[in-house]
Design a protein around this ligand. Structure first.
Ligand code: AMP
Length: 115
């Protein structure tokens, strides 16, 4: 799949759209979801042009992948949700319900998500 430079997260990364930033380093940006599905709902995106989880995994080394998920855990800690817990969600592709074609991990927290 060809990366779409006009997807909404690409625009956020270029600063063409604003977001409520939670964390940023050279590789990763994290920001609050515009339509939160929990009291805390943050999206963590790599800065590279990866359409999906599958592409992110295919095109990065185990070290790079591990570093990304370490940062996801650090952000959860920074948000203060490590003690009570949180849910990570990655939607992959059309059947997975992925709407934005730039890989992202959802961090959902702030209430019990047990069903
Ligand atoms: P997904 O269905 O996994 O692709 O999730 C995409 C998420 O991006 C949804 O939860 C949207 O609410 C969120 N979203 C879309 N546009 C923006 C935006 N401009 N700022 C923050 N979150 C957004």
């Amino acid at each position: 799949m060809q990366y779409d430079n006009n997807n909404v997260f690409a625009k956020l990364l270029r600063g063409e759209l604003s977001c409520k930033k939670v964390y940023e380093d050279d590789e990763v940006l994290a920001f609050y979801d515009i339509h939160p599905k929990a009291p805390i709902h943050v999206l963590v995106i790599p800065k590279g042009p990866f359409c999906s989880y599958h592409e992110f995994i295919s095109r990065n080394s185990p070290e790079q992948i591990g570093q990304y998920f370490k940062v996801v855990a650090q952000i959860a800690e920074q948000l203060g949700c490590s003690d009570h817990g949180y849910r990570l969600v990655i939607n992959q592709g059309e059947d997975g319900g992925q709407e934005v074609p730039h890989f992202h991990t959802h961090i959902l927290a702030g209430k019990s998500l047990a069903s």
